[in-house]
Design a protein around this ligand. Structure first.
Ligand code: NAP
Ligand code: MG
Length: 492
């Protein structure tokens, strides 16, 4: 494992020489140390990115030339797929097959933005009809400048790629700060971009604690843009920090996403997708469909099947064969979630399944898949993001009732609906106040499609062409026909 920061194409120790421990949540053992960057290191990284942007070749290169490097990065990621996936499992706790999926997706993200970088060359100039023959106008798109990326721990390398790949494709330079809980694959990415020949200073990687490394990055005056994924409270701080210098921002924040299940659908399919929507990645998923709304007549059969299937999930170390639910990322997260469940129960929720540490696992930050029912709509477990394998199930009377309950949240990241009536699905999909809507499924995510939320779930969209636009300024170049005279002050 790497114990240096990656700044200006060099591996260097943090100015104050500090380190922090990295714990495997399945064993509770410290298995690595990561360099603890502070404001001085962040300043050095930002200055390197600034210089690479202002004086270096990267922003001026053709999209095709940048694409060639992005493809080498994608190849480098795939070449280290197994190793990266194993690090991700030890760092985050997720089952190995999920980690492999993440790493393949990460490589796919770099390839996808390589294609978009190339397309930028051909679509570089858009002519605008101004409706006045004396003028011609065109629009060109240029990289915003130095971007600061701050990312969470639930999909460490994948969340990095959603920012790094489009930023590099656009011609920006970047300073990346991963979460202190999962810093390791970001450092590996440093070695991969170095090997791919990315010019020095284009991507800089500083590991460290939120207040020590994240905050100075968000406040640095030489940063033009901040891209953040994480919780609402931290997102709010990032937005406040950006306000001082009017930095461009994109925020991907939390959620409490609803899944509406109508009585006309197949129970088995509904249970399968509801489980995927909340137990995949231990429910540590921003778009997890953690509030399930089931039409009254289907509820008894649905709940019975959900409990039966949840009980079959194999819990354990993500490196073990057949495990479908790993540990939570940290002790802090485990304690927070257990406290939330307790508070929910005190407030009237009933535990239909789970709700505690699995009795047969002596070590590790595990939590049983948990199903809560019978809570009021003002219960905290129904309203607040839990960010774990905890699903809340309630019934609804009719379509209007379901839509009202689904939208009654300060979040608006995702939503799902399941019914055999596709017209109804489409109607409900349009009625959801959320940026990502799934019909007859929950969670499948594609690099080509926009990702982001309504309301407090964020600002802007990542992925697809929207992801690239996050890192591009728009410039109009308008010319006046010099053979003509303007004639406002000086008449002919
Ligand atoms: P978090 O606590 O907000 O942390 C996110 C990042 O911000 C981490 O790198 C963290 O560093 C850093 N940070 C903490 N305090 C900071 C400060 N004062 N200034 C600048 N940076 C600071 O979120 P998390 O617990 O890692 O992730 C879970 C949250 O992310 C959930 O709410 C989830 O819904 C959301 N999420 C959203 C999406 C999406 O696409 N919408 C995707 C994934 C996750 P440290 O870890 O070192 O403290
Ligand atoms: Mg860890």
């Amino acid at each position: 494992m790497r114990d240096m920061l990656f700044i200006d194409g060099q591996w260097s120790a943090p100015a104050h020489g500090g380190q922090f421990t990295v714990t495997n949540p399945a064993t509770e053992e410290v298995f690595a140390h990561a360099p603890a960057a502070t404001a001085e290191d962040v300043d050095r990284a930002v200055r390197a990115a600034r210089k690479a942007f202002d004086e270096g070749p990267w922003p001026k290169m053709s999209g095709a030339a940048r694409a060639a490097t992005l493809r080498k990065i994608a190849d480098g990621i795939l070449a280290s797929k197994e190793e990266l996936a194993r690090i991700e499992v030890m760092d985050n706790g997720k089952p190995l097959p999920e980690a492999i999926w993440d790493i393949e997706d990460t490589a796919g993200c770099f390839s996808y933005y390589a294609d978009l970088a190339e397309q930028m060359d051909v679509s570089a100039e858009e002519q605008i009809d101004l409706g006045d023959s004396r003028f011609t106008s065109k629009v060109v798109r240029e990289p915003i400048g130095v971007a600061g990326a701050i990312i969470p721990w639930n999909y460490p390398l994948l969340m990095a790629s959603w920012k790094v790949a489009p930023a590099l494709a656009a011609g920006c330079t970047m300073v990346l700060k991963p979460s202190e809980l999962t810093p390791l694959t970001a450092l590996e990415l440093g070695a991969i971009v170095e090997h791919a020949g990315l010019p020095a200073g284009v991507l800089n990687i500083v590991t460290g604690l939120g207040p020590d490394a994240g905050q100075p990055l968000s406040e640095h005056p030489l940063v033009d843009k901040l891209a953040f994924t994480g919780s609402v409270p931290t997102g709010s701080k990032i937005m406040a920090a950006a306000a001082r210098d009017i930095k461009n921002i994109s925020l991907e924040l939390g959620g409490k996403s609803p899944f509406v299940v109508f009585a006309d659908c197949d129970v088995e399919k509904a249970v399968e997708w509801v489980m995927f929507g909340i137990f995949w990645n231990q429910g540590e998923v921003c778009s997890a469909t953690s509030r399930v709304l089931v039409e009254e007549s289907l509820y008894p059969a649905f709940l019975e099947r959900l409990v039966t299937e949840a009980a079959k999930i194999k819990i354990g170390d993500g490196l073990e064969d057949g495990v479908l639910l790993g540990p939570l990322v940290s002790k802090g997260q485990q304690e927070k979630i257990l406290a939330m469940i307790e508070r929910g129960v005190t407030g009237g929720a009933r535990i239909a399944y789970g709700g505690k540490r699995p009795a047969d696992l002596a070590r590790g930050y595990f939590l049983e898949p948990t199903i809560l029912t019978d809570m009021d709509e003002d219960n905290t477990v129904w309203r607040e993001e839990i960010f774990g394998p905890v699903v809340c199930v309630k019934t609804f009377r009719d379509e209007a009732d379901a839509i009202r309950m689904a939208n009654d949240s300060r979040f608006g990241l995702a939503a799902a609906v399941m019914s055999d009536d596709l017209e109804r699905c489409d109607r409900v999909a349009r009625a959801f106040r959320a940026g990502i809507v799934w019909i007859n499924c929950s969670q499948p995510t594609f690099t080509q499609a926009p990702w982001g939320g309504y309301k407090q779930s964020g600002i802007g969209r990542e992925l697809g062409s929207w992801g690239l636009s996050n890192y591009l300024e728009v410039k109009q170049i308008t010319s006046f026909d010099a053979t003509k005279t303007w004639g406002w002050y000086i008449k002919e």
